[in-house]
Design a protein. Structure first.
Length: 94
């Protein structure tokens, strides 16, 4: 993988993780106020698009969705999958 592509991938992952982290915080704030929530499908889509770390950190930081098994297990599993994919990409295994 070229250095330019690595930089683009790192920038993309940083942005998608920040977006999911912010979405978790916004969803928690909306839940407290009784407002319309961020759909779970949106949160999982952002996670699948590479925001797993932001999702896991958002769960911990905001104490949000930690009792929901599909989030408590799903986000870390998706993050693990992304870690494996990135390792394969970085060491030219794919």
């Amino acid at each position: 993988m070229s250095p330019e592509l690595k930089i683009l991938l790192a920038a993309y992952l940083l942005i998608i993780n920040l977006i999911l982290f912010a979405a978790m915080g916004a969803d928690k704030a909306r839940a407290r106020r009784g407002l319309r929530r961020v759909p779970e499908r949106t949160l999982f889509t952002l996670c699948l698009l590479g925001g797993g770390l932001g999702g896991v950190l958002g769960m911990k930081a905001f104490r949000h969705k930690t009792r929901h098994r599909k989030f408590a297990l799903g986000f870390p599993l998706i993050l693990a999958g992304w870690c494996v994919l990135l390792w394969l990409l970085m060491f030219n295994k794919i």
